[in-house]
Design a protein. Structure first.
Length: 201
């Protein structure tokens, strides 16, 4: 009898990254009922959102440091401070229309949860290459491509949309990308922030 290998495609429920063969994931229940896979890079995010880890007590426990501080309405509704803008106001006034679009796309990406995901992956895979490419059309959309040798991600930036940043595509080989996306005109900082390479910035 011949035994065939069955490929199971698993993805992280938070960053939507395909889990590599043999990569250990942890299972969490976002709603307390159904368990989903979470990659090692996103486990902290799952815990921060109160997801229940498989095998843990049904009532979530609060760490001692957090319990000591006490809870106030302000701390419950307080949003984390947004990252610093790519360029200050005086510099923005000197940029061309296309450069301003590129800076705005970077700022929108940097304010999204995907920035943290990219920062986490970069800790494992090293510094990626990045590009910001405006798409032709009436909607003024842009694509941010972030690539390593073994993995790449593309994010669609739609400034006028209710959800301005979306994961559009991802893959494993950089050769899969069209040449226009490989005009590396941006850099990725240690925390995942995308910064366009504009001479005046």
């Amino acid at each position: 009898m011949r035994v065939t290998k069955v490929a199971v495609n698993r993805t992280c429920a938070i960053c939507e990254r395909s889990l590599l063969m043999g990569e250990r994931s942890t299972r969490f229940a976002p709603d307390g009922d159904e368990f989903v896979d979470v990659c090692p890079l996103c486990q902290e995010t799952a815990m921060e959102h109160g997801w229940v880890k498989e095998g843990s007590p049904t009532s979530p426990t609060v760490p001692y440091e957090r319990r000591r501080r006490g809870l106030s309405l302000g701390s419950i509704f307080q949003r984390p401070s947004p990252p610093a803008p790519v360029a200050p106001e005086p510099i923005l006034r000197r940029l061309s229309e296309s450069e301003l679009q590129t800076v705005e796309a970077a700022d929108l990406f940097n304010a999204s949860p995907y920035r943290r995901t990219i920062g986490g992956i970069a800790k494992s895979l090293g510094d990626p290459k990045a590009s910001i490419l405006p798409l032709s059309g009436v909607n003024a959309e842009l694509v941010i491509t972030i690539a390593w040798d073994i993995s790449w991600y593309q994010y669609r930036i739609s400034p006028d949309s209710a959800q301005p940043v979306k994961l559009a595509e991802r893959g494993h080989e950089v050769t899969q990308l069209e040449g226009s996306y490989k005009g590396w005109n941006a850099r990725v900082e240690d925390d995942g922030r995308v910064v366009p390479q504009i001479a005046r910035l």
